[in-house]
Design a protein around this ligand. Sequence first.
Ligand SMILES: Nc1ncnc2c1ncn2[C@@H]1O[C@H](COP(=O)(O)OP(=O)(O)OP(=O)(O)O)[C@@H](O)[C@H]1O
Length: 457
Amino acid sequence: MILIIDDDMAVQASLLLLFENAGYTAMAASNQQEAMELLHRHPVSLVILDLNFSIDTSGEEGIALLQQLRQFNRDVPVILLTGWGTIQLAVQGMKLGANDFINKPWDNEYLLQSVQTLLQLQEKPEKKHNRKELDSLYQLRFIIGEEESMLELLDTVGRVAATDAPVLITGESGTGKELIAEAIHQNSLRHNKAFVKVNLGGISTSLFESEMFGHIRGAFTDAKTDRTGRFELAHKGTIFLDEIGDLDLSSQVKLLRVLQDRTYEVLGSSRTKTVDMRVVCGTNKNLDSMVAAGTFREDLFYRINLISIHLPPLRERPTDIPLLVQFFIGNLKEIYNRPQLTVTREAMKWLQQLPWPGNIRQLKNLVERSVLMSRKDNLDMEDFRIQPELPAAKKGTVQLPQVGALTLEEIEVLMIKKALDFHRNKISKAAESLGLTRSSLYRRLDKYNIPYDETSD
Ligand SMILES: Nc1ncnc2c1ncn2[C@@H]1O[C@H](COP(=O)(O)OP(=O)(O)OP(=O)(O)O)[C@@H](O)[C@H]1O
């Protein structure tokens, strides 16, 4: 059941009608007390809360009710209704655990989409799917990955694709953000329409509007011809806003307006255009800390990440490295007509323990280059080792934590645990990779109370 909390009878009536027509059961409450009573008595699956719901339009009462509601139920999805002038209030509400906010007057279709998305996300998958099952459920053809974190991620991709929810994809450079954005589009109802990629890092502030909104001839001195904007190209389809963390503050405001209102004006024309697009954003920056530093707008942040997907760096998914290498080799066999191409087991193992700061892109480039440079069909470690793209040996590239963040002993413990994990508790292998003898590793395991299994070696 959907619970609507608003003291405006007209709003209640139109929302009740909207949800009932869409096949949901819905009830309305006019004040805090009624709302809490209904929450106690009925299994409420989603709440619509008008933040300015009382005569006192400061919104404080709405925020207080949201807090009370969260104390009572931490999980029920909450959509806030807010006025355009009260965006700060919406941000405050999001921090308190609301899931989405929608401006009044709302667009019925958009509100229903948000409801449907949040209800769908609530449904937990019954079980973890293996890769074969995922492939039968979704279209994930060119995405290699069987490590557990990747299986979970691909399952999320498949489940959220069908909704129209905005998705934020984070992860280091080269981890596959664009590939995942494409998969979201491919698995959505919009798959027959355009997938438009925009690299926001490459667009200067002065060009942002003309790139995104388009312009008509004569709109400004250099506008010699009409230009179709990216939003128009993405109409009915999906737009992938890559490097969103690189967008300057003034362009962030302009983007937010379009995402909120779904309308914009082509430069030089006074006509307002409406855009219907799915928004997927990507970044390798930490937007949380950018928000804290004031370099990324908090309201835009909440607007773009109803769903967030984090891609792990390649070094955290070593078991996927041989699969990726095989996949790239498979493609290269055809491209270069070398059907006998293979990679030795030693080379595979060696590739697995490199740090890969450039992630999958770097691995792909290295494999391709090694294939091109080597005359043999059976590539061994040396064929890879001599390539200039090779990630510098681990020692030089390690990113150490901030001074004061960890003591030397804490780092030692972390490294030992990591080596044990990586070598699946094989003591001699872990010791070798740490540059220790077995007995010195045992001494340290005892000293730091790290559990180990002597029989596993
Ligand atoms: N899981 C994967 N399976 C196969 N190929 C992959 C996978 N992930 C990434 N790739 C390949 O690696 C390369 C880099 O991927 P992609 O461009 O999607 O990364 P990105 O995270 O968007 O990078 P950047 O942040 O630099 O834009 C591409 O050629 C892509 O096809």
